[in-house]
Write a protein that binds this ligand. Sequence first.
Ligand code: PLP
Length: 408
Amino acid sequence: MSMITNPPFPNNYSKEFLVLDHGKGSYVYDTEGKRYLDLGGGIAVTSFGHGNEAILKAAVKQMKRLVHVSNLYTTQPTLDLAQRLTTASPLPEDQPWSPKMPRSYFSAVHFGNSGTEANEAALKYARVYAQRKTKSNGPKILAFKNGFHGRTLGALAVTYTPKYREPYEPLMGGVEFLDFNDAAGVRKSLSRDFCAVIVEPVQGEGGLTPMSSDFVRALEETCKKHDVLIIADEVQTGLGRLGTLFASQMIGLTPDIITLAKPLAGGLPLSATLLPEKINSLVHTGDHGTTFGGGPVTTSAGIAVWDILNKPGFLTKVQKKAITFKVALEDLVENSPHLVSVKGLGMLRGVEMKEGERIPALLQRAREEGLLLLRSGTNVLRMAPALTIKKEELYDGIRILRRILEEL
Ligand code: PLP
């Protein structure tokens, strides 16, 4: 394995790194040529693997044409991706959403470069809406324990993990945390003092717990009653990860704002904050902005990604693969004394370990065996492979994991 120790990175990062060189499909290769099956998908980013022809071509073609124009101007790829994102509807449908039956719900998209920026923008828009609408709401924001929304100071304020937050306090005020899936708590706590609730359909970093249907119902009813906005942070769960375009569709949530990032540009940095007209109509010129967000190269890649996701049959295939994945993991759990349960939904899956403290050593062993995995929360081994991963590759990865678990 090609490892480097003490690179000139700040100490918030590890002291030791595996140095990767190139990738193909679901595999990455280090500088010595050792091959790794990436079941982490670059932390849920490389949903179409490495070297996808359509994404590659789109980005390279645009690189040669025009790379940057700032937000004083715009370009056709940016307009085209915005158009695609604003004609999709998050509302649950009897039929899966298809481009042939668009129901415009979002009227505007703010492009950024990362998940944290998408959430920063969502929080700002929520405060603008609460202040400027006819009967104003207070500025408070409800977030949930074990939620993760990013590392910049605004998004960090709604991120739960105390160890991420405490060194930087005081953070943005007005944030309250409730237990995730606490439907009664939501009904009791929410009022017009709040402008928004921010929630992940499945807690990606916090243990892969999905929103329960009671919780979804409580949020929707209470938010409607007090005109509090629901921000669905779909940075990790959106864009096909659960087998539907938006995770909200799968869990039956109707958010006012959706934030997207990770796979949006196939590995290039791009995020989107989707807004309905009721919010956008209250936003004024200059309220928010960015230099790089939504540049022509990343949005060209984003169009290729969007068009792959919306190809007839693509998401149905992902849903079928997700069932295979779940069944294989259930078998793994049944046959390992170290595992408790299968977590997550769709192609965002994990296995809960009895002894979470064994996870770092297990991740290391997996790496030695050519398998890249992730952790979620304290005791879940997380997997977010490419949506395009082959079934045999999934089985290969799980076989390696089984072998490593048997060594424990
Ligand atoms: N929101 C969720 C749900 C995430 O999983 C992440 C990253 O893991 C973020 C926000 C932050 O995204 P980024 O690291 O691109 O800022």
